[in-house]
Design a protein around this ligand. Sequence first.
Ligand SMILES: Nc1nc2c(ncn2[C@@H]2O[C@H](COP(=O)(O)OP(=O)(O)OP(=O)(O)O)[C@@H](O)[C@H]2O)c(=O)[nH]1
Ligand SMILES: [Mg+2]
Length: 277
Amino acid sequence: MPINADADFVLAQKKYEEARTLEEKIKYLREMLSTAPTHKGAEKLRKELTQRMVRLRKELEKQKTKKKGRKSLAVKKQGFQVVIIGFPNTGKSSLLKKLTNAEPVIADYPFTTKKPEVGMMDYEGAKLQLVEIPALLPGASEKQAELLSIVLNADGVILVYENEEQKQALMNELYLFGIDKPVMFLEKGSVPKPRDLFNFFNLIRVYTKEPGEEPERDNPLVLKRGSTVLDAGKEIHKDFVRKFKYARVWGSTKFPGQRVDKDHVLKDGDVIEFHVK
Ligand SMILES: Nc1nc2c(ncn2[C@@H]2O[C@H](COP(=O)(O)OP(=O)(O)OP(=O)(O)O)[C@@H](O)[C@H]2O)c(=O)[nH]1
Ligand SMILES: [Mg+2]
């Protein structure tokens, strides 16, 4: 932390308060974030600044897309979305190709990937969406702001790196942009198993079945760990609460096919049978 951080923070705050445009506000809020006290007692302050940054960034993205009539680079979410980021040539496309059905161009020159590349990863029927974005460098040009906005909307991040400096630099970029998401670090060349991703991002698979039939093994629900029967139901019907009678669960219950209420917490691999009105 710089010696004059406190004074710098106060100055940045003053500039922020006087700022008129969204761009200026973002600029000085970024300065506030970079000079905010780093000790534990200031956690709440940093969180509040981060949330403010997210609001301003989203507002600016909206304005820009509207004004220019520009086609947004945003990638429509399909379930849980993880964005792969990293410096140029760190093997992001290679990783995407190994884990998904995507066919990105892989080459030994930097910035091979010029637009987001999307693929679906399969983990025993459960799907997870992976998005490689063009390489990032420290220092946020407008182009990079557009890319970081994609990360801002995602559910998780994979950061591919070749050395500690790259890791630190990009973590700092994420922080200054207001991005506070789970980040999985991968050294260039290391390829995790699909189940490692599910575990890291705290996801579980829940298989549904109809009464008297076998569970559907090829299309489970993907839920956050700690999800309840009600959460699972909401993935199926919007007005599930109204429709719910009871459910039977195999796996996390004491007895196979035990009748449970909507608050029952599900576990990975559970089979659920809904009974609705
Ligand atoms: N030895 C080795 N080389 C790799 C590995 N993964 C990628 N490479 C090489 O590194 C170079 C860049 O790979 P890409 O997958 O295109 O990297 P990228 O991060 O997507 O690159 P940009 O999109 O240009 O930022 C290519 O020459 C790859 O063959 C790996 O695991 N081991
Ligand atoms: Mg690439």
